[in-house]
Design a protein around this ligand. Structure first.
Ligand SMILES: [Fe+2]
Length: 454
């Protein structure tokens, strides 16, 4: 479909070049897994990534402010790509549930948009390169244009994000993604100002199964929002025989500001007055040296970026506390770091139970603004939840837990939740949003932390 004047002229140029009538018809191919990810400074830069068939070497991204409805001031940026076949032949499942080896060889495209206006909504689209542009060679296949996607840059004094986790997108069971979509939509309706979507991992059932990523990034959140994600064990794993962090790296186009070997997997970005740091548990779980490397990197970023942020949020996949009994889990590994660097929020997933602590410092409850609040997002797939239980340990530190109590099977419950986070210079508001057993939207544990308490 021709979008506008600019595109009509592109089509006309292509026609003159013999690409339409009279010339060999171009192969029709696809652009897929198009996603906006953070860049280091989200007020002026955003990363875009997408994938295209192997012959589609000409793709460009066209972007404009959303208010420029005619795309009159649209800017075209050529895509950079490398061939990717790490997903090809992986043992997986079809949507019908049959065993199959994934067929997934593609070009992994990425661009960093720079010089963006702060606090501005943008639209973007991937399309064939304009005639005459480098790479426009006779006979090369041109990808079909993508749908129009959107993101919003940072820069407002206050901002919000929806934080979701543990979707376990799995094509044979589409209700998982439907449930996650439903609770995301409910949260966005509650706070239409939402600037981006944040995830603490396990967004797909098997990271090695490319068709699951493609399916996830065909959902409305990927089209409408900037998406910042943290690698989980499921994102790392193959159906059989271990896993690789490369699946997560290729599925996204994250900043490559992680430490050696973790570029595009662990990363940091600044959105508003918050420095976000994300970690790779699949590496850190290998031992103290791997954990120390992550902390050294994070400490270096915190030091080097000083002055550019007011608050620090850290995020990893594995939960800080066990929501079934309150036992400390990764909290024990990170509490000294969070104390030392005055981390405001520590975000995790994996437990499938929502959990919020009071502000903690020196392993004790602290006043607002004087400690780190540790949170675990609930699961969102309506299927693999764990049931929140009686807190027998750390009950003084833990403020709230939630899960569904409706069972999907003997050991799991039907939790469908996410968390709305609103950040202002002086306060952080978090609220749990969930769908109850009647699929009615519920809000719970709305909590305001006043950061100015001295
Ligand atoms: Fe997990």
């Amino acid at each position: 479909m021709l979008r506008n004047q600019k595109q009509i002229s592109l089509a006309f140029a292509a026609m003159l070049a013999g690409d339409f009538w009279g010339g060999a018809p171009r192969a029709q191919a696809e652009v897929y897994s198009l996603i906006a990810n953070p860049a280091e400074d989200c007020s002026t830069q955003i990363n875009l990534g997408w994938h295209a068939d192997l012959g589609d070497t000409n793709a460009v991204v066209v972007y404009a402010t959303k208010s420029d409805t005619a795309w009159a001031h649209a800017i075209t940026v050529p895509g950079k790509f490398q061939r990717c076949d790490i997903f090809d032949g992986i043992n997986s499942k079809t949507p019908a549930g049959a065993d199959w080896n994934e067929a997934a060889k593609f070009l992994d495209y990425g661009v960093t948009l720079r010089g963006l206006h702060p606090d501005t909504q943008y639209m973007y689209q991937v399309e064939p390169a304009p005639a005459g542009q480098a790479g426009e060679t006779n006979g090369a296949a041109a990808p079909n244009e993508s749908a129009v996607h959107y993101f919003k840059t940072a820069g407002a004094t206050e901002f919000s994000f929806v934080w979701i986790s543990d979707i376990h997108a799995y094509t044979p069971l589409p209700n998982r993604v439907k449930n996650a979509n439903a609770v995301l939509a409910a949260a966005i309706q509650l706070d239409p100002r939402v600037d981006f979507v944040f995830a603490t991992g396990d967004v797909v059932a098997w990271g090695g199964s490319y068709s699951f990523w493609k399916y996830l990034f065909a959902q409305p959140f990927a089209k409408n929002y900037l998406f910042a994600d943290v690698i989980g064990n499921h994102d790392w794993m193959r159906r059989t025989n271990g896993g690789s962090s490369d699946y997560f790296r290729i599925a996204h186009h994250n900043p490559t500001n992680g430490y050696a070997g973790q570029e595009g997997v662990c990363y940091w970005f600044i959105y508003g007055d918050v420095l976000f740091l994300t970690f790779n548990n699949e590496l850190m779980r290998t031992g103290p040296a791997a954990e120390a490397a992550a902390k050294t990197w994070a400490a270096g970023v915190i030091e080097k970026q000083k002055g550019k942020y007011q608050k620090i949020f850290i995020a990893e996949h594995y939960h800080w506390f066990d929501g079934q009994n309150g036992r400390a889990n990764w909290y024990s590994h990170w509490k000294d770091f969070c104390d030392k660097y005055n981390v405001t929020l520590a975000l995790s997933g994996h437990d499938h139970i929502y959990l919020r602590t009071h502000p903690l410092r020196n392993d004790q409850v602290a006043a607002d603004g004087h400690g780190t609040i540790y949170l675990t997002a609930p699961s969102s797939d309506g299927e693999r939840g764990l049931e929140a239980g009686k807190l027998t340990t750390n009950s003084n530190k833990l403020a709230f837990t939630y899960s569904s109590h409706e069972h999907s099977n003997k050991s799991e419950v039907k939790t469908i939740g996410c968390v709305l986070v609103h950040v202002s210079p002086h306060a952080i508001t978090t609220k749990l949003v969930y769908l109850d057993e009647n699929r009615s939207v519920q809000v719970a544990d709305e909590h305001v932390t006043n950061l100015d308490e001295k």
